[in-house]
Design a protein around this ligand. Sequence first.
Ligand code: SF4
Length: 154
Amino acid sequence: MNYHQYYPVDVVNGPGTRCTLFVSGCIHQCRGCYNKSTWRTDSGILFTQQMEDKIIDDLQDTRIRRQGLSLSGGDPLHPANLSVIHHLVQRVKTVCPDKDIWLWTGYLLAELTPEQRQVVNLINVLIDGKFVQELYDPQLLWRGSSNQVIHKLR
Ligand code: SF4
């Protein structure tokens, strides 16, 4: 898996202070996409074991308390990302059980594959659906267009 950006301290993408990772790879091609440069799976930088370790360290940092981890992109549920994302969320749930995980995807919750569901079964909040320019509303919190749904899973 490749990624484009990692913010160790982020107060924009989800509630509270968070660590946020924007991964590469998205098949949805939404008109008006805010992040076209992430579409190709080979764009960005390789996500390494060191990067995973850094995210865990940041989540455990007691100087700046993080509420959780936000995963966006690109699409964290792109088939090419699933094994790395699954490993990451499993590790976060094991070693940082008090942190919440939010994940943004262009897929619909009802249409996820069994492999995508394995990831979603470990996260707290899923924001699903493509970005639809006609339904864009800047007043919306945590989503770009009104068709997208915030699923509070656990
Ligand atoms: S799902 Fe997100 S990253 Fe993918 S094309 Fe749509 S807006 Fe862009």
